[in-house]
Design a binder for this molecule. Structure first.
Ligand SMILES: NC(=O)CC[C@H](N)C(=O)O
Length: 304
């Protein structure tokens, strides 16, 4: 497959979307990012790949981090994790509060904010150095020791994180947070603040696509079956209330973030990361979604 040629065609087609949509502004530090950016990096399991655009510029991965958090929590807790968080698509906004009340404090899945806040609580309870071990895992899986938190973004999100604070309070009320609310929120925002570029993100998702290599990075090990199940949750829940549309258009397990990043995998073949800060009304990157739609259309490579 000539991915270079395909990415070049995609870049031409997505260009008219460069100024469509709005970047996230509810996190003040994200409102300062230049929104007119686009990058895409694809890495294959056999060592090949192609890239185009702003692939070396780091951005806030935001909710894409929830895949790393779930991986750690699943490796630590196994199936017991599902006693505290579900694995059903939510059909609601990523920060929905109302659904959490209806579900009596058990979040629908680990990729909406409520679920990721429970996962952050699990990691706080299980790890002796949560901040250190979390970033160490991401440095190992990305193969890049310079990847780190952006503490300014994390602090900025705390100042306006009213809904996430409400979610955490609701979880505590229902007995689904063991740690102090403020500690859990601080750790959750820090996880979201991790900064990566498209190359590092594609590299970090390659282990979710690679069926022939063991998933083991530092203390985080997953079985083949656990990786398969994480991919399944990405497919059904990775784009919140856009998950059906994303599945329909793209057809690859993936995860988006309000920083404008998307990471997706074609199991057995490749991982791909896109970045473009302008979002649709569901909080997913406009150019990124379109680029991935074109990628599976042009290559005829999709899980469906
Ligand atoms: N969809 C997202 O990327 C949301 C993450 C963001 N940190 C929040 O909690 O609101």
């Amino acid at each position: 497959m000539d991915y270079n040629r395909i990415l070049t065609e995609i870049a031409v087609e997505v260009e008219p979307l460069r100024t469509v949509g709005q970047q996230a502004s509810y996190i003040p530090a994200l409102a300062r990012v230049n929104p007119d950016r686009f990058g895409i990096c694809l890495l294959t399991t056999d060592g090949g790949g192609a890239e185009l655009g702003d692939v070396g510029e780091r951005f806030s991965i935001q909710s894409v981090t929830k895949v790393f958090s779930l991986s750690m929590a699943l490796s630590l807790k196994g199936e017991a994790l599902w006693e505290r968080v579900g694995k059903e698509p939510s059909g609601s906004a990523f920060n929905s509060l109302i659904q959490l009340e209806l579900d009596h404090g058990i979040p629908r899945n680990p990729f909406i904010n409520a679920g990721a806040i429970v996962v952050a609580d699990v990691l706080l309870s299980e790890l002796s150095d949560p901040e250190g071990e979390y970033i160490d895992f991401i440095r190992r899986i990305s193969g890049d020791p310079t990847v780190g938190y952006d503490r300014e973004v994390a602090a900025s999100e705390r100042t306006t994180g009213y809904v996430n604070a409400a979610i955490a309070n609701m979880l505590k009320y229902y007995g689904n947070l063991q740690n102090d609310i403020e500690d859990v929120l601080r750790f959750y925002f820090l996880q979201c603040s991790v900064k990566m570029d498209c190359r590092q993100l594609a590299q970090s998702f390659l282990p979710f696509a690679d069926r022939n290599r063991e998933f083991s990075f530092g203390g985080v090990s997953l079985t083949y079956s656990q990786v398969k199940r994480i991919n399944a949750i990405m497919q059904t829940c990775g784009f919140y209330n856009d998950a059906g549309e994303y599945s329909y258009l793209v057809g690859l397990p993936g995860k988006s973030g309000v920083g404008g990043g998307i990471a997706a995998v074609y199991p057995g073949r490749y991982a791909v990361a896109t970045w473009s800060p302008r979002l649709n009304e569901k909080g997913n990157s406009v150019m990124g979604m379109k680029a991935l739609e074109l990628l599976t259309s042009y290559t005829h490579e999709s899980i469906f």
